[in-house]
Design a protein around this ligand. Structure first.
Ligand SMILES: Cc1cc2nc3c(=O)[nH]c(=O)nc-3n(C[C@H](O)[C@H](O)[C@H](O)COP(=O)(O)O)c2cc1C
Length: 284
């Protein structure tokens, strides 16, 4: 599956779908994406599946399902992981790969990490002891018309807005904001990161760019909202955002032929004031 920079910018959350079933070719392509997921940066192993409408249709759960938020979706990408260290970052990375793959197929998606029918999602995965369902996504053909719920959520989350570069990206430490010119060939990479989805559009990602003789490094941090990230018991919501950011950087660097990979350095490369938390570094 070719995921391009264009795909990263084409994605936006879709909450209103045409109710028609997905064709067999599309289902096969989605299954191939799931089968083809490469290992995650931190080496944990989330697992994913495609599920039908039953997640929405669990009448016993009423509004606790996706009622009112997601309309008409013919299928869902569901997944689970074991809550080991960094497992939620890996889950974000893996699932964003599926989301971008679905986007490249012309399908709509929407990360759902808040309130959805976790029980039904777990049942469709055959959830095992100790596994949790961090987030799911509907997948289908966008209806092309934002529902009222969609417009309300987009409005309250400020979905079409992103924080300015000066708040997100820094040069050599936390004192100097990084300009687009200063980022040089990494400007489109950070632009692609900034276009990524995040829970409640809080955009907790921060990046410090450093240059050494070895090349340019991007150090990823989370500016965590500590109450918010633990709002869903058993899940670290903003770790998912970190994994999504890592996926966007990987995809953008691959397309721009900026070689590198994600590593977590043993010493925090740019210690910053709390609530900044070091996640990992993209190193040449
Ligand atoms: C981890 C995560 C959890 C999310 N949970 C929900 C959710 O429960 N309900 C919802 O409607 N949108 C949810 N979203 C979608 C965000 O609100 C959306 O990505 C953000 O507002 C930016 O808009 P965009 O995706 O259209 O760029 C979630 C996004 C992420 C990354």
């Amino acid at each position: 599956m070719d995921i391009s920079l264009e795909t990263l910018h084409a994605r936006s959350s879709v909450r209103n779908y045409l109710p028609q079933a997905l064709g067999q070719d599309t289902l096969d392509a989605l299954s191939a994406l799931i089968q083809g997921l490469e290992p995650c940066p931190f080496g944990t192993s989330p697992r994913f599946a495609l599920s039908g409408k039953e997640i929405e249709a669990d009448k016993t759960r009423g509004a606790i399902g996706t009622y009112g938020v997601i309309k008409g979706a013919p299928a869902y990408i569901v997944g689970c992981t074991r809550p080991e260290p960094w497992a939620f970052v890996d889950y974000g990375y893996a699932m964003e790969g599926l989301i971008l793959g679905a986007t490249a197929l012309g399908l709509g998606t929407c990360w759902l990490g808040g309130i959805f029918n976790r029980g039904a999602a777990g049942r469709s995965l055959g959830l095992r002891e100790g596994e949790v369902v961090p987030a799911i996504s509907p997948v289908g053909i966008p209806s092309g018309r934002g529902s009222l719920a969609d417009r309300i959520i987009r409005g309250s989350a400020g979905s079409d807005r992103r924080k300015p570069w000066s708040e997100l990206f820094f040069a050599d430490g936390w004192a100097t904001p990084l300009s687009e010119e200063g980022a040089g060939p990494y400007a489109p990479v950070l632009t692609a990161l900034r276009a990524g989805p995040s829970a409640s559009n809080k955009q907790p990602w921060r990046v410090v760019l450093t240059r050494t003789e070895g090349g340019t490094a991007l150090h990823l941090y989370l500016k965590e909202d500590l109450a918010y990230t633990k709002a869903i018991p058993g899940v670290l919501l903003q770790d998912l955002d970190a994994g999504i950011a890592m996926r966007h950087v990987s995809v953008a660097c691959a397309e721009l032929r900026l070689p590198g990979s994600w590593k977590r350095l043993t010493v925090d490369p740019a210690p910053g004031p709390a609530p900044l938390r070091y996640i990992a570094s993209w190193l040449p």
